[in-house]
Design a protein around this ligand. Structure first.
Ligand SMILES: Cc1ncc(COP(=O)(O)O)c(C=O)c1O
Length: 468
C-alpha cells in the first residue's frame, strides 16, 4: 500500500468504515497528496493493511468510482482519476452581529396581530387537512376548484362582486397576484399608473417587468382620476383605503375611473387593501363589482390572519384567469395544497368572518388610543379604516424623525418612503395592529409620543392638546 498516505479508521462508531476510508482518499486527492494517474493498492492489500474485510475496501472504491475520483477496473488496477482540484471558496467572515440593545417595539404598518392558535376554527381547519391526502398529481393551476367556489361566494357576499369559480385564481398574496398578472398581460414599455404616495412593492413589480411607472397624485379621497392620461395600459389603485393616506374612493370617482378605463381600454388593478376593516360605515363594494372586464381585483389573507400564510386571490374575467392559469402551468408556479385546503375549511366554517369581526373590535380600540395619543402632534388621516393611521407633520424631516424614534426603541415608517415624484407633506405611517399584545402596543405608543413631544419642543411648536 501507499506508505505516504496514512489511513486511520476510527472504530468507535464514528460512521461506516467504507465511508471513512472513501473520505480519506477524497481528501488526499483534493489536496494533491494523491495525483492523477497514481495507482492505488488493490482491495486485497488495502484490506490486509487496515485489518478490515475486503468488502469494506471494495465498498470504499465503489463509492469513489461512482463519484469519479478514481478510475480503472478490478484486475487492471485502480488509478486516481484526472480531477483538477477546485480551490475552495474562502468564506467571507460572518458580519458581526448588531450591537445588542433593548428589543425594538414596532408600529410598522400592515401587519395584523391576531394570533389564531387558540381558536377552535383554526385548529379544526388544520386537523382536517392532516386527515386528508393531497392529490397524487398536480392540482388545478388556478387553485382548488372547491376553494374557488367558496371564495366566489365569499367575495360576492362581502365585496359585492358577482362571480363564479371561473373568475377566481388562488395566489400567494397580492404581490404575487400582481406579478403574475404583469407577466402575462403586460409588455415591456407599457405605461402603468400607480398612486403617489403608494405601495412600493407595486412600483418595484412594474419596474421589474420593464413597465414605465406614471406617478398619479392622490387627495383625501384617493387617486385623482382626472390626472390619468389616455396612453396608460393599466392603473394600480387601492380604492378601499388608499395606501398609505387612507382615502376611500367615492362612488362618483369610481364611476369616472370605470368610464375612463372603458374609453381607453386600460386595465384597473384593484388592490383591495384593508377593505375588511372599516370603523365608521360598512365598506363600499369593490371596484370590480362594476366591471369585471376592466378590473382585476386582488385580495389577500395577509391583513386578516398573517402575511406568513402567503395566500391571496385574484378575481378577473374568465379569459384572464385562464391565461394566468396556463402561464402558471408553463412555469411550474403551482399553488400549494395545504394552505388552500385549510383556507377552504376556514371559509366553510365561518372562521374568517369570525376573525374579522373580532379583530375589528380590537383594532378599533387601538385606533382610538393611537389617535388620542398622537393627535396633539400633527394631522391624522386615514383613521376610518385599516390597520394604520398617517400622521402628517408638515415641515418635518420625517426620515430623521423615524430614525430618532428607532433610536428611542420604536419602529415607524416615514411617509417620504412612500412618495416618489408628487410633492406631499412629510409624516409618519403608524401601524397600530403590529404589536403582539396590548402591553407592547401601549409601550410603543408611549415611546413614540415622547419622541414627538421632544420633537415639537425642539421646533418650538407646542402640542395642541385638543388634537385639532
Ligand atoms: C398596499 C398593500 N397591498 C397589499 C399588501 C399585501 O401584500 P401580500 O398579500 O403580498 O402580503 C400590502 C402589504 O403590506 C400592502 O401594503
Amino acid at each position: 500500500m501507499d506508505s505516504s498516505l496514512p489511513l486511520v479508521l476510527a472504530r468507535d462508531g464514528s460512521g461506516p468504515l467504507h465511508l471513512q476510508l472513501a473520505e480519506q482518499f477524497r481528501a488526499a486527492i483534493r489536496d494533491g497528496r494523491l495525483q492523477a494517474g497514481h495507482r492505488l493498492p488493490s482491495t486485497r492489500d488495502l484490506a490486509r493493511d487496515l485489518s478490515v474485510s475486503r468488502s469494506v475496501a471494495q465498498a470504499a472504491y465503489d463509492q469513489l468510482h461512482a463519484e469519479g475520483w478514481i478510475a480503472g477496473r478490478t484486475g487492471s488496477g485502480t488509478y486516481v482519476a484526472d480531477v483538477v482540484p477546485l480551490q475552495p471558496v474562502l468564506r467571507t467572515p460572518a458580519r458581526s452581529p448588531e450591537p445588542a440593545g433593548p428589543p425594538l417595539l414596532t408600529l410598522r404598518p400592515g401587519i395584523p396581530y391576531i394570533s389564531p392558535v387558540a381558536d377552535a376554527g383554526w385548529k379544526r381547519a388544520w386537523r382536517e387537512v392532516s386527515t386528508q391526502a393531497p392529490a397524487s398529481g398536480y392540482d388545478h393551476p388556478a387553485g382548488l376548484p372547491e376553494l374557488r367556489s367558496a371564495l366566489a361566494e365569499h367575495v360576492g357576499r362581502v365585496r359585492g362582486i358577482a362571480c363564479g369559480p371561473e373568475n377566481l385564481l388562488i395566489t400567494d398574496g397580492t404581490s404575487h397576484g400582481l406579478r403574475l398578472l404583469l407577466s402575462v398581460t403586460r409588455q415591456p414599455g407599457d405605461r402603468i399608473a400607480i398612486e403617489d404616495p403608494g405601495f412600493a412593492t407595486a412600483v418595484s413589480a412594474a419596474r421589474q417587468h420593464e413597465l414605465k411607472v406614471v406617478d398619479i397624485a392622490v387627495d383625501e379621497d384617493g387617486i385623482l382620476v382626472s390626472d390619468l392620461g389616455p396612453d396608460l395600459s393599466a392603473v394600480y389603485v387601492t380604492p378601499s383605503h388608499q395606501y398609505p393616506l387612507g382615502g376611500r374612493l367615492p362612488v362618483a370617482r369610481r364611476n369616472e375611473l370605470i368610464r375612463w378605463a372603458r374609453r381607453t381600454g386600460a386595465t384597473l388593478i384593484e388592490d383591495d387593501y384593508d377593505s375588511e376593516f372599516r370603523y365608521d360605515v360598512a365598506p363600499l363594494p369593490a371596484l370590480a363589482q362594476l366591471d369585471l372586464d376592466r378590473v382585476v381585483h386582488l385580495g389577500t389573507l395577509s391583513k386578516v390572519l398573517s402575511p406568513a400564510l402567503r395566500l391571496g386571490w385574484l378575481v378577473a374575467s374568465p379569459d384572464v384567469v385562464d391565461r394566468l392559469a396556463a402561464y402558471r402551468e408553463e412555469v411550474g408556479d403551482w399553488p400549494g395544497w395545504p394552505m388552500q385546503a385549510a383556507f377552504l375549511a376556514m371559509l366553510r366554517d365561518g372562521y374568517l368572518d369570525q376573525v374579522i369581526r373580532r379583530s375589528k373590535r380590537l383594532y378599533s380600540e387601538r385606533r382610538n388610543h393611537t389617535c388620542a395619543a398622537l393627535a396633539p402632534y400633527g394631522q391624522i388621516v386615514g383613521q376610518d379604516a385599516g390597520l394604520h393611521i398617517t400622521l402628517l407633520l408638515p415641515g418635518t424631516d420625517d426620515r430623521a424623525l423615524s430614525a430618532e424614534a428607532r433610536a428611542a426603541g420604536v419602529v415607524v415608517a416615514p411617509l417620504s418612503d412612500y412618495q416618489r415624484s408628487v410633492p406631499g407633506p412629510p409624516g409618519l405611517v403608524i401601524g397600530y395592529a403590529t404589536p403582539p399584545d396590548d402591553v407592547a402596543f401601549h409601550q410603543a405608543l408611549d415611546v413614540l409620543s415622547e419622541v414627538l413631544s421632544r420633537h415639537s419642543a425642539g421646533r418650538g411648536t407646542r402640542p395642541d392638546p385638543s388634537g385639532s
